[in-house]
Design a protein around this ligand. Structure first.
Ligand SMILES: Cc1cc2nc3c(=O)[nH]c(=O)nc-3n(C[C@H](O)[C@H](O)[C@H](O)COP(=O)(O)OP(=O)(O)OC[C@H]3O[C@@H](n4cnc5c(N)ncnc54)[C@H](O)[C@@H]3O)c2cc1C
Length: 375
C-alpha cells in the first residue's frame, strides 16, 4: 500500500494550489491527473489582478513573465453588434495560455517535493471511501484526505449523490488581423451569457458562455458577429453558479475549484476561485491536523462561506441581468454611465473589493456621497 496524507485528483489551478500549500506545510501529497503536463485546457485565459496578485503572494517562485502572454487596459462592450462602450481601465487585465499557467503551478508543486502521476484517470469505482483507498493497476493508494480538483466532472459528486449543474462554453482561436489589444465582450447573442474576444500575442481566443438548455447559437455568433476565420472550435462545461451540496460529502473529502462549482456565474471567471479554494482547502487540512481532529470539511465549509455566498448572489444577479429586457436597458444605462462600467471592472472584477450584494450600494456611496469618478 502506498500512503499519502492527502491525495488530490486533478492538477489544474485548484489541485496544484492545494498541493503547493500542503507541500509547504510538510504534508505528504500526490496529484493524479488524466493528462500529462504541460497540457491544454479550454479557457479564455483572462486573468484579473486579484489572480496575478494571489499567485505572486502565495507562489513568489513563479514570475508573471512565465505565464502572462498579454496585458491590456482596453475593454469594449457590444450589445447585439452595436458598440456600447469602449473604455480604458487603470488596472490592467492579463491574458494567459493555460498550458503555461498550469505548467508553472505544477512545476512549483514538483519542486516542493510533490508527486504527480500523469495519464492516470481516476474512476468512481476505483475509490473506496470506507477504507480511504484508491485501487489502480499501479497499486493501492491510501489517503487521509481526498481532494476533488477534477474540474467539471461528477466523479466524487456521483459517489455522494451530488448533482453539479453546468453551463456550456464554446471556444476557438482566430488569427490576429490587427494589433488591436481590446478585451471585447458581446452581450445579447447567447442565452444567459455572453460572447468574448480576448487578444493574445499572435491570435485571439473567441468564445461563448451560455446556458446549456435549448439550441446553442454559438455557430451564428462566430459566423455573423466575429467574422474571423476560426480554428479548433471546441466545447467545454463550466459551473453554472448553482450551489453544489458540499455538505453531503464525508469529512475527509473536499471539492475545490470547478468541481465545487466555484465560478463567477456572471463573468465565468474561475481561475481565481480555483486557486483560492485550493489554498483554503490546504489550510483546512493543516488546521485539522494541528488540532488533532478530522473536521476537514467543517473547517473548509466555514472558510469558503464568503465564496459560496458571493457566487449565490452573482447567480441571482445573472438571472435578472441576462433577462433580454433587462439586459437591453442595462446596456443603454452603461452607455450613459461609463463610471459604472469602470467601477465594476476595476473594483469588482479586477480586485474583488466588494461582493455582488453590496456592490451597487458601494458604487452609489462612492460616486454620489464621496463624489469619486471612474473614467
Ligand atoms: C471555454 C472556457 C473559457 C474560460 N475562460 C476563463 C477565463 O478567461 N478566465 C477564468 O478565470 N476562467 C475561465 N474559465 C473557467 C476556468 O477554466 C476554470 O474555472 C478553471 O480551469 C478551474 O480550475 P480547476 O483546477 O478547478 O479545474 P481544471 O482546470 O479543469 O483542472 C482539472 C484537472 O483535473 C484533471 N482530471 C479531470 N478528471 C480527472 C480524473 N477522473 N482523473 C484524473 N484527473 C482528472 C484534468 O485533466 C485537469 O488537469 C473558462 C472555462 C471555459 C470552459
Amino acid at each position: 500500500m502506498i500512503k499519502y496524507a492527502v491525495i488530490i485528483i486533478g492538477g489544474g489551478p485548484a489541485g496544484a494550489m492545494c498541493g503547493i500549500g500542503l507541500q509547504r506545510a510538510g504534508i505528504s501529497t500526490c496529484i493524479f491527473d488524466k493528462a500529462a503536463f504541460p497540457r491544454d485546457k479550454l479557457c479564455g485565459g483572462l486573468l484579473t489582478k486579484k489572480t496575478v496578485d494571489m499567485i505572486q503572494h502565495h507562489c513568489p517562485e513563479i514570475k508573471p513573465e512565465e505565464y502572462v502572454v498579454e496585458e491590456t487596459n482596453s475593454v469594449a462592450f457590444y450589445y447585439q453588434n452595436e458598440p456600447i462602450i469602449h473604455f480604458s481601465t487603470r488596472i490592467p487585465l492579463y491574458l494567459t495560455e493555460r498550458t503555461l499557467l498550469d505548467d508553472s503551478l505544477i512545476k512549483l508543486y514538483r519542486n516542493l517535493g510533490g508527486t504527480v502521476f500523469e495519464n492516470e484517470t481516476i474512476r468512481a469505482h476505483q475509490i473506496d471511501p470506507g477504507s480511504r483507498t484508491i485501487h489502480l493497476d499501479t497499486g493501492t493508494y491510501h489517503y487521509e484526505v481526498l481532494i476533488g480538483a477534477y474540474g467539471c466532472r461528477s466523479l466524487l459528486a456521483r459517489l455522494h449523490s451530488i448533482d453539479p449543474d453546468h453551463s456550456f462554453c464554446v471556444e476557438g482561436t482566430a488569427d490576429k488581423v490587427s494589433a488591436e489589444k481590446t478585451v471585447t465582450i458581446y452581450f445579447g447573442h447567447v442565452r444567459s451569457g455572453y460572447g468574448w474576444d480576448f487578444p493574445k500575442k499572435d491570435h485571439s481566443t473567441v468564445g461563448t458562455l451560455e446556458e446549456t438548455k435549448g439550441d446553442r447559437i454559438s455557430g451564428s455568433f462566430f459566423r455573423d458577429i466575429i467574422k474571423k476565420d476560426m480554428h479548433s472550435i471546441r466545447g467545454a462545461l463550466i459551473p453554472s453558479g448553482r450551489k453544489v451540496a458540499l455538505k453531503k460529502l464525508r469529512q475527509n473529502v473536499l471539492l475545490v475549484g470547478d468541481a465545487a462549482g466555484f465560478t463567477d456565474p456572471v463573468t465565468g471567471e474561475g481561475i481565481y476561485y480555483a486557486l483560492l479554494s485550493g489554498k483554503i482547502a490546504a489550510e483546512s487540512v493543516q488546521e485539522a491536523i494541528r488540532n488533532g481532529n478530522e473536521k476537514y470539511l467543517d473547517d473548509y465549509l466555514q472558510k469558503v462561506r464568503t465564496i459560496r455566498k458571493n457566487i449565490r448572489d452573482a447567480n441571482f444577479l445573472k438571472k435578472i441581468l441576462y433577462h433580454p429586457l433587462v439586459l437591453k436597458h442595462f446596456m443603454h444605462f452603461i452607455r450613459r454611465h461609463r463610471s459604472f462600467a469602470l467601477f465594476y471592472v476595476e473594483e469588482m472584477v479586477s480586485q474583488y473589493k466588494y461582493g455582488y450584494k453590496d456592490f451597487l450600494f458601494r458604487y452609489l456611496r462612492r460616486r454620489f456621497i464621496k463624489g469619486e469618478r471612474w473614467g
